[in-house]
Design a protein around this ligand. Structure first.
Ligand SMILES: Cc1ncc(COP(=O)(O)O)c(C=O)c1O
Length: 343
């Protein structure tokens, strides 16, 4: 089976497992797990921030970040297709009592004027705009990379209005690997970032929230409230540290495979895809009403390729280090043949 459903299907390789098995550990709720402490310092450094906190998931990382930078009744600006809005089960309302103001964009970069127009006036009738969230890379916009210039503009706007800026950086590593821009450069404008280790980097569990010492002290408390404080977490944190040090460069190859896959699919008259629009490891392609997405999915599955339906007439495929170039070429051939057979 060639499983292209998500880069969360990466599995820890043998070397990573060996490192995890022998990781020094302690009780992290007491702040005494040396491996967790080491990971947090390493990640804070990598992103050029004062502190980091290891959390069980990217979702918790985002939700903690929202919670520590808002008050009940506040409003958070977020892109319409953002993970925070689409896939976090209403967490901002449930956990932080905030409402989301969703704004549309082409590829994850909400037009600046739209953000400006959506910042609430200081008025007793309006909620307070407390936070702006960006997502880099942007999952539902096919792993698109937000440009540094754009991030700087949003950062300046946020500062001008005294609004904090958060980055859902679940796949920030993919952006850095492809562009050569360091994670720290990408992070400059943000007050907080949430970065994942369990996507393309291939660690089994965890994310970090990164920011100032003051914000991370608040995050520590909030993680406890959410039940995310773990004990001998060094065993999993060592997988994350190993992934950061050893798997970062693989992300470039994942991008190359994604482009290859898109190029091959673009040879089919039945598939809508622009290979030049593939920024990182995610490929989103479309088909006409003539085809049924569920049938395409079922046929691909029967032929040994797993993909994921991703909206009306839309399918997603994601590349990661257990997907070789040979698998990529084979999978593209299978998908193309199925479209041709069903046409
Ligand atoms: C953009 C984005 N943000 C956040 C997450 C959440 O990560 P987790 O599944 O660890 O909660 C994901 C998951 O893949 C994601 O794609």
């Amino acid at each position: 089976m060639i499983d292209l459903r998500s880069d969360t299907f990466t599995i820890p390789d043998y070397e990573m497992r060996k490192v995890m098995a022998s990781a020094p550990v302690g009780d992290d709720v007491f702040g005494e797990d040396p491996t967790v402490n080491g990971l947090q310092e390493y990640v804070a450094d990598l992103l050029g921030k004062e502190a980091a906190l290891y959390v069980p998931s990217g979702t918790m990382g985002n939700q903690i970040s929202i919670g520590i930078q808002t008050n009940i009744g506040d409003e958070v600006i977020v892109e319409t297709e953002a993970h925070i809005f689409q896939y976090e089960a209403g967490g901002p309302a449930l956990l932080s009592g905030v409402q989301l103001r969703t704004l549309e964009s082409e590829k994850g970069e909400i037009p600046l004027q739209k953000i400006k127009d959506s910042i609430r006036p200081d008025n007793i009738h309006a909620p307070k705009t407390a936070l702006i969230c960006l997502e880099n890379t942007h999952n539902r916009h096919a792993g698109s990379i937000l440009s540094l210039d754009y991030i700087k503009e949003v950062g300046a706007l946020a500062r001008e209005h005294g609004i904090n800026l958060h980055c859902d950086g679940a796949r920030l590593w993919n952006a850095a690997a492809v562009t050569g821009i360091s994670p720290a450069e990408y992070a400059v404008e943000f007050d907080t970032l949430s970065v994942c280790f369990s996507n393309g980097l291939g660690a089994p569990v965890g994310s970090c929230v990164v920011g100032s010492k003051e914000l991370i002290a608040k995050a520590l408390r909030r993680r406890k409230v959410l039940g995310g404080a773990m004990r001998q977490a060094g065993i999993i944190a060592s997988g994350a540290l190993y992934a950061l040090k050893n798997n970062f460069n693989i992300l470039k190859l994942d991008h190359e495979n994604a482009v290859k896959f898109a190029e091959l699919l673009s040879e089919s008259e039945y598939i809508g895809i622009d290979p030049k629009a593939v920024d990182t490891n995610i490929v989103i392609f479309r088909h006409s009403d003539k085809f049924d997405t569920q049938q395409i999915y079922d046929e691909c599955m029967a032929a040994g390729v797993m993909i994921i339906p991703f909206g009306i007439n839309t399918i997603r495929a994601v590349f990661y280090h257990q997907i070789s170039t040979v698998d990529t070429i084979k999978a593209a051939g299978i998908v193309k043949d199925i479209f041709a057979k069903l046409a």
